[in-house]
Design a protein around this ligand. Structure first.
Ligand code: T5A
Length: 216
């Protein structure tokens, strides 16, 4: 595939959406073709699944059912948006991807990382992000930011989980990042958003250069 696939991961309110917008604006200014998308979601069907999963007054799905719904949404998203964009040579910036399933659904303790990895292999084949940013921050801080951003709109089902749950997710993300340093870059979300944006841009340009030239 000719494009470049970048994902942004991290806890609630860490600043993923903000950083995606800033990077997209910078790359568009340079004349690049960008697709900005998110999970769960990105297609009509996947957005409908998002509503099912994230509605706190929802269906009380088991962790396994929920995991399969995340992958059903991802399958539609990958087939209709991500693969066509990458085949077209575009840069895809995606707010959350499989690392979120590994962190969140395993943190609930009911679906093992091994099962999630098998589902990922089945559904995604060898599609993997070329680069993943983990925006890391203290969860209490992130939840506060998410609440400010949300204003009066509804809290999603995961924001209602305990602080302990969100701490487990943070550690899960850090474990994933340290296991795959060639793909993953951890950045502190507690810095000024423009400082983070400069770090994101610099790492992005370095990784694209390495991918395109093979020179490290
Ligand atoms: N989920 C998702 C799973 O359980 N499994 C999965 O497989 C997947 C894909 C998605 C939920 O689904 C779960 C995880 C989530 O709980 P969502 O609405 O997409 O729900 O939730 P988030 O991705 O967490 O979105 P948030 O908007 O809460 O967080 P962001 O995108 O990290 O934060 P952002 O950029 O919106 O910023 C939040 C606020 O902070 C400010 C922003 O202006 C905004 O007001 N901000 C900063 N303030 C100061 N300094 C900075 N550096 C700042 N950066 C941002």
């Amino acid at each position: 595939m000719k494009g470049f696939f970048v994902t942004f991961e991290g806890g609630e309110g860490a600043g993923k959406t903000t950083q995606i917008k800033l990077l997209a604006a910078r790359l568009q200014e340079l004349g690049h073709n960008i697709v900005v998308t998110r999970e769960p979601g990105g297609t009509k069907g996947a957005e409908a699944i998002r509503e099912l999963i994230l509605n706190p007054a929802g269906f009380n799905f088991s962790s396994m059912t929920e995991t399969m719904l995340f992958f059903a949404a991802r399958c539609d998203h990958v087939e209709k948006i991500i693969i066509p964009a990458l085949e077209d040579g575009k840069i895809v910036l995606c707010d959350r991807f499989t690392d979120s399933t590994l962190a969140y659904q395993s943190a609930l303790g009911k679906v093992s990382g091994d099962i999630i990895q098998k589902m990922a292999n089945l559904i995604l084949g060898n599609l993997k992000p070329d680069l993943t940013f983990f925006i890391d921050m203290e969860p209490a801080q992130g939840l506060k930011r998410a609440a400010t951003r949300r204003g009066s709109s509804a809290t999603d089902r995961f924001e209602l989980e305990s602080l302990e749950f969100h701490k487990r997710i943070r550690h899960a993300f850090l474990r994933i990042a340290s296991a795959e340093p060639e793909r993953c870059m951890v950045l502190s979300g507690e810095q000024d958003l423009h400082v983070i944006s400069d770090q994101v841009f610099k790492v992005f340009m370095q990784r694209v250069f390495i991918q395109r030239t093979g020179v490290n």
